[in-house]
Design a protein around this ligand. Structure first.
Ligand code: PEP
Ligand code: MN
Length: 353
């Protein structure tokens, strides 16, 4: 994937890039009021949903193209850049016609390759940054696939937005962050900017600050934060929007750590980690070899592979031991289950040879 910077001229290149504004454009007054307050606080890029994908019919589905006139006015009166979500070719043509500076593809759209393909074709030859939200389901390949569709039509100013993943039972978060997924995306595409959307991950105002800090600690490139002049009376996503004043407090509170790596001390610790990883791999390989010998034995004696009481015993014993060694028991369960699954797979192979 060929990637170029998504930075717009005049926007501070220092991390984080901030995009702020209401979930939805509601009225001209609400958009202008919010944008003017944000501009006064130095925010350079406004977000506002014009077409809103709602889970159920009957909700507020956005003001449509009329809102694009207000965004144009924001540009003229505040000098801010403006950005919005597109889900169809028509949205793309309308947004471009009104001079929108940056687009994003929403989570429900990213999950649909037909829709992404259509949008990509409408964007061919366009030079503005396009950000792709993660799909609602935790599928990294689908997220990458959407980025690839845009890349294939020649777009290079691409970025990703991490907005969390749906789950059946919502606990703390509206959408589970599953940080390992964007981390893996960054590992595969180190030059792809990643922006965190703590508003849609958290679903609650109080979670925006800690989630934003976590994104900074993970070296994310920016934040997109829903901001409304009167959050409680917002027509969509009221509970997760903050005032421009609160946004400023949140941003001022963030500790931005150095993304640059490797001081001398750190490289010594990293050498130790590398060595331990070597040992871990060797031990694992040895464990797998022995497990294969057990597989051969089971084959010769016509035994079944999974002996539940033995598996239970291993799990319980080691999870308890892990706790005594100050490790998280859930973490140990996941590790042991992964090792066990691979052992079983190898034994099945042997049995069927
Ligand atoms: C939004 O940004 O307001 C939105 C609808 O987000 P998502 O696509 O992440 O649900
Ligand atoms: Mn929203």
């Amino acid at each position: 994937m060929k990637l170029d910077s998504i930075l717009l001229p005049g926007v501070d290149p220092k991390r984080p890039m901030i995009i702020a504004g209401p979930c939805s454009a509601e009225t001209e007054e609400q958009v202008m009021n919010t944008a003017k307050q944000l501009a006064a606080k130095g925010i350079k890029i406004l977000r506002a949903g014009i077409w809103k994908p709602r889970t159920k019919p009957g909700g507020f589905e956005g003001v449509g193209s009329e809102g694009l006139v207000w965004l144009k006015k924001v540009k003229q009166e505040t000098g801010m850049y403006v950005s919005t979500e597109v889900a169809t070719q028509k949205h793309v043509y309308e947004a471009l016609k009104y001079g929108v500076d940056m687009l994003w593809i929403g989570a429900r759209t990213t999950a649909n390759p037909f829709a992404v393909q259509e949008i990509a074709e409408a964007l061919q030859g366009v030079d503005i940054p396009v950000l792709v939200k993660n799909p609602v389901n935790p599928d990294l390949e689908l997220w990458i696939g959407a980025l690839e569709r845009l890349s294939k039509v020649g777009l290079t100013k691409l970025g990703a937005i991490h907005r969390g993943f749906s789950s059946y039972d919502k606990k703390i978060y509206r959408n589970l962050p599953q940080w390992h997924i964007p981390i893996e995306l960054k590992r595969r595409y180190p030059d792809l900017p990643i922006i965190c959307d703590p508003s849609h991950i958290g679903g609650k105002r109080d979670l925006i600050q800690p989630l934003s800090q976590q994104a900074m600690d993970l070296n994310y490139d920016g934040l997109i934060i829903e901001t409304h002049c009167v959050p409680d009376s917002a027509w969509s996503d009221a509970s997760q929007q903050v005032t421009p004043d609160r946004l400023k407090e949140i941003l001022d509170s963030l500790v931005i750590r150095n993304g640059k790596q490797s001081t001398e001390d750190l490289s010594d610790l990293r050498r130790q980690i590398d060595e331990l990883d070597d040992q871990l791999l060797e031990l694992l390989a040895k464990r797998m070899r022995i497990s294969c010998e057990i597989g051969t034995f089971k084959k010769e004696h016509n035994m079944i592979i999974v002996q539940t009481d033995r598996y239970d015993e291993i799990l319980n014993k080691r999870i308890k031991q892990a706790e005594e060694m100050n490790m998280n028991p859930e973490f140990m369960r996941v590790v042991l289950e992964a090792i066990h699954e691979e052992s079983v797979r190898q034994q099945v192979d042997i049995l069927n040879k």
